[in-house]
Design a binder for this molecule. Structure first.
Ligand code: HEM
Length: 146
């Protein structure tokens, strides 16, 4: 993957501006509400009965922060995301058996939450850079499925 200077700067800028403690939990809970079949992987998380329960579930919030820390690893390894995510890909495929299509769904929820946090700073050009970043993240997580 080749990144332009603008794309690198845009990704760095997004991750310097967002509040990790808000974005991670909000994106994961949104994914569990909007795409309810993704709840099946989190049966150990307790009450996911409705949107209010999901949004106030502390295990969902904690795991949302874990996912965001994973993305920070990708930002720190922009030129080698596939290698940085090799173990995570094995975990999600062989141990957790997460359907690989679900990565894109969580990515879409991340985009919506980040767009609402950044407001007018989330221009079309910034979204393009973020979408490219997500595409690489998703492809890297899916790599061990083949
Ligand atoms: C665990 C990242 C998408 C389900 C994890 C962990 C990370 C992570 C860093 C912790 C790994 C460890 O403990 O060593 C990500 C990233 C994603 C993503 C960056 C995409 C942007 C998904 C999706 C699902 C999922 C879409 C299911 C719909 C899980 C589950 C665990 C996990 C069930 C174990 C949770 C637990 O029991 O603590 N993920 N993940 N992940 N992930 Fe993901």
């Amino acid at each position: 993957v080749k990144w332009t200077d603008f794309e690198r700067a845009a990704i760095q800028d997004i991750f310097s501006k967002i509040d990790y403690d808000v974005v991670g939990p909000a994106a994961l809970s949104r994914c569990l509400v909007v795409y309810p079949w993704t709840q099946r992987y989190f049966s150990g998380f307790g009450n996911l009965y409705n949107a209010a329960a999901i949004k106030s579930n502390p295990k969902v919030a904690a795991h949302g922060r874990v996912v965001l820390q994973g993305l920070v690893q990708a930002v720190s390894n922009m030129d080698n995301i596939k290698a940085a995510f090799a173990d995570l890909s094995v975990l999600h495929s062989e141990k957790l058996h997460v359907d690989p299509g679900n990565f894109k769904l969580l990515g879409d929820c991340l985009t919506i939450v980040i767009a609402s946090q950044l407001g007018k700073d989330f221009t079309a050009e910034v979204q393009q850079a973020f979408q490219k970043f997500l595409n690489v993240v998703v492809a890297s997580l899916q790599k061990q499925y083949y």
